[in-house]
Write a protein that binds this ligand. Structure first.
Ligand code: SAM
Length: 213
């Protein structure tokens, strides 16, 4: 993703009630933020947040956290926040490499990974959000029976993710190489990148997986 520095974004985020910049402090206590015990779902690498806003509006009975590494991108999600009538969406600015410091065992019910950066060089494979290293992190705080949903138009990244899932002992519940023309298209919420790439004719791949333990 090409990043444009948005002037003042860091300062704006630091002072916003909907953003956590020291999320470690909330580990095991996220329900206190939402003031309820609803299930918690997170999107890692949410970008400008279109997907998670629409999901939160549709599901007031679920709590959502959007995670994004860059302030310049996160402010775009924050700009949309006032349009949301529900109080079930907050944001975290962090590098997902530190994600185990932020969630306690069994605290998260579902993880969304949408159009994650592909990191095409082999030596950067560990940085891919579906690498075995990241799957091991998610496993530490995903509730028993919880799932990961992953969408991408990048076939190499998708094939890599399927391999990593197998290696790490995850069970695939759904695999499609053309989501929009499949029986799973109904109810699909498009992300910013999904709109961009599907309008160019790229098929969208999706997988859903869980771990039996
Ligand atoms: N999910 C959005 C979508 O589908 O439109 C954005 C996709 S964009 C290609 C990937 C996003 O993930 C970027 O905003 C990037 O900054 C963020 N990201 C990448 N690596 C990350 C990490 N380690 N921790 C947090 N965010 C990350």
């Amino acid at each position: 993703m090409r990043l444009r520095n948005v002037k003042g974004s860091r300062e704006r985020i630091e002072g916003d009630d909907y953003v956590f910049t020291e999320p470690n402090e909330m580990k095991g206590r996220w329900h206190e933020v939402f003031e309820n015990d609803h299930p918690l779902q997170i999107e890692v690498g949410m970008g400008k947040g279109k997907f998670i806003h629409e999901l939160a509006a549709l599901h007031p009975e679920i709590n959502f956290l959007g995670i994004e590494k860059y302030s310049s991108v996160l402010v775009r999600a924050l700009d949309k926040r006032p349009e949301l009538a529900t109080d079930n969406l907050y944001f975290i600015r962090m590098d997902a490499e530190e994600i185990c410091d932020v969630f306690a065992e069994g605290e998260v019910d579902r993880i969304y990974l949408n159009f994650s950066d592909p990191w095409p060089k082999d030596r950067h494979a560990k940085r891919r959000l579906t690498s075995r290293e990241f799957l091991a992190r998610y496993d530490k705080f995903l509730k028993k029976g919880g799932v990961i949903e992953f969408k991408t138009d990048n076939r190499d990244l998708f094939d890599f993710s399927l391999e990593e899932a197998k290696e790490a002992g995850w069970t695939l519940d759904l695999v499609t190489y053309d989501l929009h023309h499949s029986t799973f298209a109904e109810g699909n919420i498009m992300t910013e990148y999904e709109e961009r790439f599907s309008s160019k004719g790229n098929p969208i791949c999706k997988l859903v997986m869980h771990r039996d333990q």
